[in-house]
Design a protein around this ligand. Sequence first.
Ligand code: UDP
Length: 329
Amino acid sequence: MKAVVTGGAGFIGSHLCDYLIAHGHQVVVLDDLSTGSESNLEQLRGNPAFELVKGTILDKRLVSDLIGESDTVFHLAAAVGVHNIVDKPLESLRTNLHGTENVVEAAAAHGARFAVASTSEVYGKNDSDGLTEDADRILGSPLKSRWSYAAAKGLDELVAYVYGTETGLPCVITRFFNIVGPRQTGRYGMVVPRFVSQALAGEPITVYGTGDQRRCFGSVFDVIPALVRLLDTPEAYNTAVNLGGKEEISIRGLADRVIELTGSSSEVRFVSYSDAYGAGYEDMQRRMPDTGLARELIGYEPTRTLDDIITSLVEHRRVGAPHPRVAVG
Ligand code: UDP
């Protein structure tokens, strides 16, 4: 495989690069290093099968040139992280809408296989028990910038889907549910790395709202092989596939778990949503994936427990690995 990975310097993207290189593939990363970091790819520097191109997916010509020399595209570049998106709505929209259009268009023009990383955010406020891929989207007002990410990623899926059905582009859409792992930073939101950093520093753990909201965290090490396998599975083309974990926990419960696993003396501090994100923020109360379709298509079965996931982050920080500065997905 000669793969282009957009957003390859990000948290999920860099793990994908590691995986592809370890499996004998060639990889070119296109990343603007806005939230990604070169340090995430340090282990691949000098590897003849690997190249990092610093540039933006908004550069149509660059995108087309790189994809023209490849047979596979993993499109992970996006403006991500709730804090980031709320702070920079216009930039986020541009990247997530026009950038994706450029990448899909080039993949279709050059006959490359195409996978796009989407997100459980597309379900919006639908808090059903076990969201299946055909579940309704319940989004707030488009005038609230908080929803711009969900709206843009929904359109990304649609663009990919339409290219897939109309041009025959082999196209995989994965919806990642709160994926966590080493190299992920809490700088732009992302609750698990935030809590781990706070716990290790002995600082208060900032639980937003009541902490009764629930999430199901998945391991990057479970979803990367699944993403690659889906591209080898034609039955997975032109549909969206949920990928995530299976243990649900409240955010308050997560804070307690992180404190216990780190042996931290941090206290839990409740922060109002308006103090955390600004006025008018709406949180999702619950987001639980049904991963039955991924199981049916590729035998997907997440193997890492929440404790494994938290521990892998703690160990990564403790051994003094390159400081993770990245948040993607
Ligand atoms: N959250 C929190 N404290 C933080 C960061 C996030 O309580 O320091 C909450 C956030 O309000 C949400 C959950 O943790 O209910 C997951 O947030 P994240 O940004 O990781 O993902 P998403 O909101 O996209 O599920």
